[in-house]
Design a protein around this ligand. Structure first.
Ligand SMILES: C[S@@+](CC[C@H](N)C(=O)[O-])C[C@H]1O[C@@H](n2cnc3c(N)ncnc32)[C@H](O)[C@@H]1O
Length: 275
């Protein structure tokens, strides 16, 4: 038996509560596609029964699994080339200049999905700011979905992923081919670490970041949840750090936290200095 409108409404509410992702009712069919395999592995015959299990037994691992399965993990290497030009030409050189004494950089690819964003940053540093190869540089990738975190940790990509955004010269220089997959160079992989982190409830142990990429995730959040995440990110940033959002996103409603700047045809954000 198929789900009722009330079942879908329950699933939407569950996803919102677990991950802050808003799912439009026009996308109800996605619940069927994405949750049926989870229902099967939980031993129930239909999505309807699965909803009843979720409601009655309240199993936290299955609640989490539903939220994770409903995430949109679309990403690619050097996604939004103008953003990476801004990083290459302005933001990273400035940060490197300012951190020359400490020789230390902390970067956060918040909502990293399968890791292409974090590895693109590692490639950019190796390629254009090679002095940082002897620095203490850590690129933290985090995502609510444990599945994509496992994928990112492996640092192995198939042909379709490699063909999206990665220049051939960089493929040859920074990847090693293993049968049908390409594996990121171990030195670059060692710069990156990936953790499951829910942006709504991040652990207090996160370091202070010089650069945060929070791209193409907040567009699925309500204004209230976006503000909450901006607060969290602000608290985790160095005073002279930079924040980058996706092309379709703005730090609207957070002008008390971030000043907007525009350069190289892209917006970026600086934390308002704490008094
Ligand atoms: C569209 S991808 C963007 C990936 C990458 N930042 C980019 O721009 O290419 C959005 C990612 O956000 C993650 N996500 C969604 N809600 C989240 C939350 N509450 N906490 C952490 N990550 C979340 C999803 O799992 C997904 O991998």
């Amino acid at each position: 038996m198929g789900c009722t409108d009330a079942d879908y409404a329950y699933l939407r509410e569950l996803v919102l509560e677990q991950s802050a992702n808003l799912i439009d009712p026009s996308r109800n069919a996605l619940f069927d596609t994405k949750l049926t395999p989870i229902a099967k592995s939980a031993g129930v015959a239909s999505l309807r029964d699965f909803v009843n299990l979720l409601k009655n037994d309240q199993p936290p691992h299955l609640h989490r699994a539903v939220a994770e399965a409903m995430t949109i993990n679309e990403t690619s290497f050097f996604r939004d080339v103008k953003t990476f030009n801004l990083l290459r030409d302005i933001l990273l050189p400035q940060l490197v200049e300012r951190r020359r004494e400490e020789r230390r950089l902390r970067i956060w690819s918040a909502a990293s999905s399968t890791g292409q964003e974090a590895y693109s940053l590692a490639i950019l540093l190796a390629e254009h700011l090679p002095e940082t190869t002897s620095w203490d540089v850590r690129i933290f990738g985090s995502d609510i979905s444990r599945k994509v975190i496992e994928y990112a940790r492996a640092g192995r990509y198939g042909r379709l992923e490699i063909n999206r955004g990665l220049p051939a010269r960089m493929l040859l220089k920074y990847f090693h081919r293993d049968k049908e997959e390409w594996e990121i160079n171990p030195r670059l992989r060692a710069m990156c670490e990936f953790y499951p982190v829910n942006l709504c409830t991040p652990p207090p142990s996160l370091p202070t970041f010089d650069l945060v990429l929070l791209r193409n995730v907040l567009l699925y959040f309500s204004q209230e949840d976006r503000s909450h995440v901006f607060h969290t990110v602000y608290q985790r940033m160095a005073d002279d750090g930079y924040l980058l959002l996706g092309n379709a996103e703005q730090a609207e409603g957070s002008t008390d936290l971030f000043e907007t700047e525009f350069s190289s045809e892209s917006f970026f954000y600086r934390p308002v200095v704490r008094t």
